[in-house]
Write a protein that binds this ligand. Sequence first.
Ligand SMILES: CC(C)(COP(=O)(O)OP(=O)(O)OC[C@H]1O[C@@H](n2cnc3c(N)ncnc32)[C@H](O)[C@@H]1OP(=O)(O)O)[C@@H](O)C(=O)NCCC(=O)NCCS
Length: 168
Amino acid sequence: MNRHALTTRRLGLEPVREAHADLVFAQMSDTRLWTYFAHLRPGTLEDLRALYRRWERGTPTQPDETWENWLCFLRADGAGIGSLQATIRGQAALLAYAIYVPYQRQGYAREAAAAVLAHLRSTHRVKTAIAEMDPRNEASIGLAQSLGFVRVRKGQRGTDLTYELTLR
Ligand SMILES: CC(C)(COP(=O)(O)OP(=O)(O)OC[C@H]1O[C@@H](n2cnc3c(N)ncnc32)[C@H](O)[C@@H]1OP(=O)(O)O)[C@@H](O)C(=O)NCCC(=O)NCCS
């Protein structure tokens, strides 16, 4: 199990625990967060608790995968503002991210993702970060591009775009 807390100028990133579900369920229920993947939205607090419980255990279904999941908190007031995930397979990691609606467009995703990418490189020796997104997801594309990711191909599910970043 890999569970690393990370700190940036404005944010603390804590490994997700089941108890976090109660703190962030209201924000996670905002349908605007799920525009491009509505089917993944946790319907109830118990659903979110179960998801976070699984993440807290951190046991991958694939033996060659490592999962790291973080909840982002503002260091200034402790508010939960979003989450990031990394699924690590060998020297590649799939990155996913969400910043709750009231906290978007303030550079938090970029700040948190930059810290996660540095961690993936230094701790897990990841060489390639991958981000997949719906082609209409301008915010996710904007974030990936802002971090230096470049578009490489259509994603595995046919409709998604795949972006990659070589970590140096
Ligand atoms: C994608 C998401 C995480 C971005 O979070 P954020 O904190 O608002 O992003 P930031 O403020 O750090 O912005 C990072 C970059 O993306 C750009 N960006 C952010 N939102 C944007 C939007 N709606 N349209 C275009 N560009 C956008 C910013 O301009 C910035 O670029 P810059 O550094 O060149 O100025 C957020 O919109 C979100 O949670 N969306 C819903 C969940 C989701 O779709 N996750 C991705 C799944 S693949």
